[in-house]
Design a protein around this ligand. Structure first.
Ligand SMILES: [Zn+2]
Ligand SMILES: [Zn+2]
Length: 322
């Protein structure tokens, strides 16, 4: 009888622990920008990368464009990437993936497991068609070299928790008519699974989300799925919790004032109180969103290399962008 009582108690306790873990909230969060156009420290470039430190977990999100940007900027900021095991690539574009292999090669001599696991959305390694009509399989070739040298690539189809309280959206459904993926008005092309040439809507585009006690924090690379599509997908997967901060590239640079207004209305509804528009967000949209959301100076800023977001402090940025 005692044994049975003990078993029931143990089952109860174990399921309690699992239930707690299921709703785990990250207590300590710091996001540091390592590549974007504006720089208060280090090198600015057309690209994106950020380091996520969530409790004891460290993840590099995107790898910048040029081979050495993220490496040099990390050094300048006193960040040691050889102790970061995991990397997330938001999508295939060169300005987010150019540093992928060079970074892994630079850190693996010091620590073989550094940047040895890469997460990607389904479609990232698809063949693309260049503006001259030539086939581009750069990322596929990179992934072969990466795995040959001991790296592992995980390709995602769905929303997933990769560490307690840290999620990847996987490819994002797009119910809203956001088309934040055109370059100079020309949609790029890609080959589909059947080998047909189709418009490249960057189907693999995925973002990272951190669940904190204050709400959800979103980190995006280029936002090609659309900021509101992404937020809606996140909330559908995480019990409609408020999204308190959006950080990264959101590709609003080609949006009209009307589209920005529409975006801001949605951001208001989800409880957004911090906005850092880096990379392809565009500078004007950051200030429009600040005004439309009634945010203060310092709560909606243009992202710059070295700028950080922390749960207790909000944004800390250099003199150019604070
Ligand atoms: Zn980009
Ligand atoms: Zn892009």
């Amino acid at each position: 009888m005692r044994k049975l009582q003990l078993l029931i108690l143990l089952t109860f306790v174990t399921s309690e622990i699992i239930a707690q873990q299921e709703n785990y909230t990250v207590k300590k969060l710091k996001i540091t920008i390592l590549s974007t156009m504006l720089s208060d420290w280090g090198i600015g470039e057309w690209g994106f990368s950020a380091l996520v430190e969530a409790d004891s977990v460290r993840i590099l999100f995107d790898a910048g464009s040029r081979e050495r940007t993220v490496l040099e900027n990390s050094k300048e900021l006193g960040i040691d990437l050889s102790s970061v095991p995991t990397l997330v690539l938001s999508h295939n574009h060169q300005d987010h993936t150019g540093g992928w292999l060079p970074l892994r090669n630079a850190v693996k001599a010091k620590n073989p497991s550094a940047l040895s696991l890469t997460h990607a959305g389904r479609g990232l390694f698809d063949t693309r068609i260049s503006s001259r009509g030539e086939e581009n399989s750069y990322r596929k070739k990179d992934s072969l070299l990466y795995t040959e040298a001991g790296g592992h690539v995980k390709v995602h189809d769905n929303f997933i928790e990769i560490h307690p309280g840290v999620f990847l959206t996987g490819p994002v459904p797009r119910p809203y008519p956001e088309k934040n993926y055109t370059i100079g008005g020309n949609i790029r092309k890609k080959k589909d699974a059947m080998g047909n040439i189709v418009d490249d809507i960057v189907p693999e585009d995925m973002s990272l989300v951190v669940r904190t006690e204050n709400g959800l924090v979103l980190l995006a690379g280029c936002g090609h799925s659309g900021l509101i599509n992404t937020i809606s997908h996140i909330q559908n997967n995480l019990q409609q919790q408020p999204v308190i901060a959006a950080i990264g590239g959101f590709h609003l640079l080609e949006n009209t004032d009307e589209q920005i207004k529409w975006t801001a209305e949605h951001l208001k509804k989800v409880g957004l109180s911090y906005f850092m528009g880096a990379h392809c967000t565009g500078i004007e949209p950051v200030y429009q969103i600040r005004e439309l959301l009634d945010l203060k100076r310092g709560e909606s800023i243009v992202g710059s290399v070295g700028a950080t977001f922390e749960l207790e402090k909000g944004f800390t940025a250099g003199p150019l962008s604070k």
